[in-house]
Design a protein. Structure first.
Length: 69
């Protein structure tokens, strides 16, 4: 089964959320910033449950609101 990680809201620590998104997706700074600023948006798609839960934990630790679908 594959899961999508959806960034619903960035929260107060936008720079930290961008750093986490970069680490999770291997995007460049500009691309990660655009992705974060376009929330709600999928950050990762068709990943394992473990990868999705790991991403959710890391993003929520920085104050972001995240859904795993």
């Amino acid at each position: 089964t594959e899961f999508d990680v959806v960034l619903k809201d960035v929260g107060a620590k936008k720079i930290n959320v961008i750093k986490v998104v970069r680490a999770l997706t291997n995007l460049g700074l500009k691309e990660a910033k655009e992705l974060v600023e376009s929330a709600p948006t999928p950050v990762m798609q068709a990943v394992s449950k473990e990868a999705a839960e790991d991403a959710k934990t890391k993003l929520e630790a920085e104050g972001a609101a995240v859904d795993v679908k």
